[in-house]
Design a protein around this ligand. Structure first.
Ligand SMILES: NC(=O)c1ccc[n+]([C@@H]2O[C@H](COP(=O)([O-])OP(=O)(O)OC[C@H]3O[C@@H](n4cnc5c(N)ncnc54)[C@H](OP(=O)(O)O)[C@@H]3O)[C@@H](O)[C@H]2O)c1
Length: 270
């Protein structure tokens, strides 16, 4: 299996659409891509006409690589059509939250090669991170093609056990919302110390955008070092960090939040 292989995308909504865009940006040959989506948007139709991939073929091909990106609750109704597109040699990559490899095999018994992936929303701008588990039946070349697909929306981390996917969901899958809430909390704290609400929001938002970009551009430096670099002993940042890093500060709070997300992920997939 070479890097670019015939690709069938099942469901081109937010996540499937982001991966389609990513694949086209990464020069995945459009002639190798088929997309199935029952109610395609005008933008998707226009993109198909412009880029040249096939949208809603009368008879979908049995592609080597299938990306499943429908809502989890649509799996049962999609399984009949999907079943005609897969063989024992198909590699199916599912981004369906809460649907296990066993759930997928139960609906699609022909499948042997499966990948369960958990992307996150920055995928839409090519800055996502995906945790992915592959069954041992994929060879290295097949894993390479899967990584090429997932890497079109950002970074990829292979995980060794499917059981870790709930923890990945709790950290990076749900994580963007924690950061958005951090902006809200920082803006609210700014209001509490006297700033007008709109100014506090602009300051908080730009601070987190900028700090995130610094982390990205200075990947070799640890977050702890970046933090220490902006903390003068006895200064204002140190005063705030004393509160945030207290035994009842941000770290135990974040740990409780992530444990709650993990427990919810497990309950939803159970
Ligand atoms: N968005 C995220 O950040 C994120 C992160 C991690 C994982 N995920 C997973 O990604 C999956 C998709 O989420 P999403 O946010 O992208 O949802 P979405 O925007 O609703 O996209 C799902 C797409 O699948 C289409 N669809 C429905 N039934 C279908 C069928 N039988 N065959 C082919 N396509 C069908 C839908 O069409 P209609 O709209 O016409 O029904 C829609 O375009 C979910 O399973 C979710 O768990 C999403």
């Amino acid at each position: 299996m070479s890097e670019f292989v015939p690709l069938l995308i099942f469901g081109a909504g937010k996540m499937g659409g982001a991966m389609l865009q990513g694949a086209l940006r990464a020069s995945w040959p459009a002639a190798m891509i088929e997309v199935i989506d029952p109610h395609p948007s005008d933008a998707l139709r226009a993109e198909a006409a412009k880029a040249g991939f096939v949208l809603n073929p009368a008879k979908p091909s049995t592609a080597k690589l299938v990306l499943l990106a429908i809502k989890p609750q649509m799996l049962d109704s999609a399984a009949a059509t999907l079943g005609t597109c897969v063989t024992a040699e198909t590699v199916l990559v599912s981004v369906l939250a809460g649907k296990s490899i066993a759930d997928l095999k139960a609906r699609l018994p022909a499948l042997r090669k499966l990948v369960r992936a958990m992307p996150n929303t920055p995928a839409a701008i090519g800055r996502g991170i995906t945790g992915a588990y592959a069954t041992a039946t994929l060879d290295e070349s097949e894993k390479g093609s899967v990584k090429t697909l997932l890497a079109t929306t950002g970074r990829v981390e292979w995980i060794e056990a499917e059981s870790l996917i709930d923890a990945v969901t709790a950290v990076s899958g749900s994580g963007p919302a924690y950061v958005f809430h951090l902006v809200e909390a920082l803006a609210k704290a700014g209001e509490d110390v006297g700033l007008p609400a709109d100014l506090a929001m602009r300051l908080a938002r730009a601070t987190i955008e900028g700090a995130g970009e610094l982390l990205f551009q200075d990947a070799a430096t640890s977050p702890a070092t970046l933090r220490q670099n902006v903390t003068s002993p006895g200064g204002t940042t140190a005063a705030a960090l004393e509160v945030l890093m207290a035994p009842d500060g941000l770290s135990p709070l974040m740990s409780r939040a992530v444990k709650a997300a993990k427990a919810r992920a497990k309950a939803l997939s159970g």
